[in-house]
Design a protein around this ligand. Structure first.
Ligand SMILES: [Zn+2]
Length: 236
């Protein structure tokens, strides 16, 4: 393995070269940059020609990865006084060192109910437990709102914390909703609630399913796009 550089699309690009038992030269682009895996017969000249053949694709992919990393770093929640928690589409500022015993909202401040010197893991766990409690209440109220309109009744409502899914519904009537949705404005949460409840009538994403969603959330397409394009707050 060696660290090298190539001139691609007019700029210097660092890459990591690995020799591997394979027939062709392969490229992967991830958070650690460009990685090239090449068979033993491929000389550096051959490798650099292969890189130049794909230079525009490589440079564009690297920029995408860097941009995503920057967005995620910017979305990382700071678990200390002054940190910001996106909450129902608004910003709540965390405050430690108060006398409350349980988290509570005061204006745009979330009194966490921990001493100022609490370690960040403790702050995070406290806020998570609070958010999950609030999510249960919020979802129950929104399900109570939409279920009669859709003439469905979920057998059970459960919280999830899946990294990539906002909700799901099973044929047995179990509706799962992600508590992290409470970061987003209420209209987005409503869309996900209505979407999962609509699955209790149509277990697919066909035209009949979308007509059911549309009957209670007319602007579902726009909300869906907004949710997809948003950067989820990072809890690490
Ligand atoms: Zn669905």
């Amino acid at each position: 393995m060696s660290e090298r550089q190539a001139l691609l699309a007019g700029g210097l690009v660092a890459y990591r070269l690995e020799r591997a038992r394979r027939r062709s030269i392969g490229f992967t682009i991830g958070p650690e940059g460009l990685r090239v895996r090449a068979p033993g017969w491929a000389t550096l000249a051959v490798i650099e020609t292969a890189l130049r053949d794909k230079q525009h694709w490589i440079v564009r992919k690297l920029a995408d990865v860097r941009e995503r990393e920057a967005r995620q770093n910017a979305a990382r929640i700071v678990w200390a006084s002054g940190g910001v928690l996106p909450w129902l589409g608004q910003a709540l500022t965390l405050r430690l060192g108060n006398t409350h015993r349980a988290p509570c909202i005061a204006g745009s401040v979330l009194e966490v109910g921990l001493p100022a010197e609490a370690p960040f893991e403790t702050v995070r766990a406290r806020v998570q437990a609070w958010m999950q409690r609030e999510a249960r209440l919020h979802f129950a109220a929104r399900v109570a709102h939409y279920a009669p309109q859709l003439t469905v009744q979920p057998a059970r409502l459960m919280l999830t914390s899946a990294a990539t899914r906002w909700g799901s519904a099973s044929a047995s009537g179990v509706v799962r909703l992600n508590w992290r949705l409470l970061h987003y404005r209420p209209a987005l949460i409503d869309y996900v609630v209505a979407h999962e409840l609509a699955h209790l009538r149509e277990m697919n994403h066909g035209p009949r399913f979308w007509a059911i969603v549309e009957s209670v959330v007319p602007d579902h397409a726009r909300l869906r796009r907004e949710l997809r394009e948003s950067t989820a707050p990072q809890w690490q």
